[in-house]
Write a protein of this length. Structure first.
Length: 315
C-alpha cells in the first residue's frame, strides 16, 4: 500500500485529499463482487486532537481483477487530525452499508504508510440551550457556535453544518443542512419532543465528520404518584404507583412520610422502569390521616422533583 504524500498540513475547516493505492487479492468467483470497494483504516499513534481515527472513502478498483487487483482513492484529512497516523487495516465496503448496520467490520491488518499531519486552527463547537432547563411541552432553542479553537474567534465566513436529532447524530440519513452567520452562529428552534433525544451539530466530510457536538437538554423532575388505596389497616402495605416524565428511566425514587410538622423521611425506595413508571410501598404506621409524597433525586439530565402530597388513612 502507498500514499501519494506522507506529510500533510491542513487548517480550519479545510480537508486535504491523500491518494491511497492498495494492491489486494480477494478470494471470490462471484460476479456480484466485480464492483467491490475497499476501506482503509488509519489511527493516530502520537499527537493531540479530537480525531483519533481516519477512514478512507470507498476505494474503487482501478486495475486488475477482483482476485488480483489495485484499488485507489482518497482519504480526506481534516485539521482535527493532528499528529502521526498509521495505516493499519483494510476491509471491504461500502461504508454506508456498514454504517447502516451500526458498526464497521474488523479490518484485515496491514503494515501501511505513516502520515505526519499538522492540523491548525481547528474548529470548536459550543452550544447554549434556552431555556437552560427545558420544560415539557414548549419549544426550546439551541444557539450553536463554531469558532477557531486557536484564536477563540469565528472564522469570519458562513459555514455549512448539519443539525440532527437522535439517529441523525450518528448516521447519514436525515438532518438539516444549515449555514452559520459570519459570526459562526446558528440559532434553531426545536419541538419539545426533540428534547427526549440527543441533539447535535455536525461538520460533515467524507465519510467521517470533521467534528461535531452532541448534547442532551436538561429536563425538570416532574413526578406524579397515586396510592392504590386511600385507606388501609395499620401495617398493611399499600402500593403507590407513579411516573417521572421523560421518561426518566432506571432512576431512584423515594417514598417519603411526614414526621411532625416539617420532617419528610424516606420509608420506601424503588427505581423507575424504562417507561418512567414506578411502584413504591406505603405502610400506614398509625390510625389517622398520614401525608406522603414521592421524591425524585437528580438523575442524569433530570433535575430533582417531588410529587404532590397525598394521604392514606390508617384504620
Amino acid at each position: 500500500m502507498t500514499a501519494d504524500r506522507t506529510t500533510i498540513a491542513v487548517s480550519g475547516l479545510n480537508t486535504v485529499p491523500v491518494k491511497l493505492t492498495v494492491a489486494a487479492k480477494y478470494n471470490t468467483t462471484s460476479p456480484d463482487d466485480e464492483n467491490l470497494v475497499l476501506l482503509v483504516y488509519i489511527k493516530r499513534i502520537s499527537g493531540t486532537g479530537p480525531m483519533t481515527e481516519l477512514l478512507s472513502t470507498d476505494l474503487p478498483r482501478t486495475s486488475g481483477t477482483v482476485q488480483n487487483g489495485v484499488w485507489s482513492g482518497p482519504v480526506y484529512i481534516p485539521s482535527t487530525a493532528n499528529g502521526t497516523y498509521k495505516v493499519y487495516g483494510v476491509s471491504y465496503g461500502p461504508f454506508f452499508t456498514w454504517q447502516a448496520g451500526g458498526m464497521l467490520p474488523d479490518p484485515t491488518p496491514v503494515d501501511g504508510p505513516t502520515l505526519t499531519i499538522t492540523g491548525t486552527h481547528q474548529p470548536k463547537i459550543t452550544a447554549k440551550v434556552t431555556p437552560p432547563v427545558v420544560p415539557f411541552g414548549p419549544n426550546y432553542t439551541i444557539t450553536w457556535a463554531i469558532t477557531d479553537r486557536t484564536t477563540g474567534k469565528p472564522y469570519g465566513t458562513r459555514l455549512r453544518a448539519m443539525l440532527g436529532v437522535d439517529n441523525q447524530c450518528a448516521e447519514e440519513a436525515g438532518g438539516i443542512n444549515v449555514l452559520t452567520t459570519t459570526g459562526g452562529l446558528i440559532s434553531y428552534s426545536y419541538p419539545s419532543s426533540a428534547g427526549e433525544s440527543i441533539n447535535c451539530l455536525r461538520i460533515k466530510s467524507t465519510p467521517l465528520d470533521i467534528t461535531g457536538l452532541g448534547l442532551a437538554v436538561i429536563r425538570p423532575g416532574v413526578v406524579s404518584a397515586v396510592p392504590s388505596k386511600t385507606s388501609a389497616p395499620v401495617g398493611t402495605i399499600v402500593p403507590v404507583n407513579g411516573s417521572v416524565l421523560g421518561p426518566a428511566a432506571f432512576c431512584p425514587v423515594v417514598l417519603q412520610r411526614l414526621y411532625g410538622a416539617s420532617q419528610w423521611r424516606g420509608v420506601s425506595t424503588a427505581k423507575t422502569r424504562q417507561s418512567g413508571r414506578f411502584t413504591v410501598s406505603a405502610q400506614p404506621a398509625y390510625k389517622g390521616l398520614i401525608p406522603y409524597r414521592v421524591y425524585f433525586p437528580k438523575c442524569n439530565r433530570y433535575l430533582a422533583g417531588v410529587s404532590r402530597v397525598f394521604y392514606i388513612r390508617g384504620l
